[in-house]
Write a protein that binds this ligand. Structure first.
Ligand SMILES: [Fe+2]
Length: 217
């Protein structure tokens, strides 16, 4: 049977994600899939959140600032059929790799999160994703392009003001970023930063496995 994700193969992707914490996969979605997702986003009401005036974890070494629009839906919600179909397809692909990754048994993204980086001042500062994420997370770039940087902290617990960059990747439409989440491998979450779109807007889809879905902002 041919592996999903073409030449690289999902087994290789999952091995890297488990062992190193992340992997960028160019061309994980084709132009048709991106267009369908872009159409879905256009029908949704994304909401702007000002986390510059109101940072996350304010005044701590883990302060995070972000400035963009977003909306979250549970899988199978009637407003996100395209995202839902992608979740079920990915879960099926991952299930085909279970002999090598038994800890991913039952993995299914339950939260569909869309984000719009509208212009050159939309971004997310260095951060780890939520501790409540489970096993494996996937982010697709649907439209536009931006650099995503990966860091390690000099201290633990991390101090987002004292980081060393270890990687960067220019995301394009169709690029996937696989991220390790608690329960997969060491479970240590990678620190990453999402830079502003290079030109125009950038749309992304976050797929997360979570017990509870983020409320609409
Ligand atoms: Fe993130």
């Amino acid at each position: 049977m041919q592996e999903p994700f073409g030449e690289m193969g999902l087994t290789t992707i999952l091995t890297h994600t488990r062992d190193r914490g992340y992997l960028f996969v160019p061309g994980a979605l084709d132009a048709t899939a991106c267009a369908r997702l872009e159409g879905e986003i256009a029908r949704l009401a994304l909401v702007f959140g000002d986390h510059v005036a109101h940072p996350i974890n304010p005044g701590t070494p883990q302060e995070v600032r972000q400035w963009h629009e977003r909306a979250y839906y549970p899988i199978d919600h009637p407003e996100v059929p395209v995202g839902t179909s992608l979740c079920h397809g990915l879960a099926k692909d991952v299930a085909s790799c279970l002999p090598a990754f038994p800890e991913l048994a039952g993995w299914l993204p339950t939260e569909i999160g869309y984000q719009r980086y509208r212009a050159p001042n939309d971004w997310i500062s260095p951060h780890r994703d939520r501790r409540s994420d489970q096993l494996l997370s996937v982010t697709y770039t649907v439209k536009g392009s931006a650099w995503v940087k990966v860091y390690v902290s000099e201290v633990e617990p991390p101090d987002y003001r004292r980081l060393t960059q270890i990687d960067e990747h220019l995301t394009l439409p169709g690029t996937a970023m696989f991220l390790r989440a608690p329960g997969f491998g060491s479970g240590v979450q990678v620190i990453h930063e999402v830079l502003p779109p290079l030109q125009g807007e950038r749309l992304i889809l976050n797929l997360r496995m979570r017990k509870s879905i983020l409320p609409a902002p």
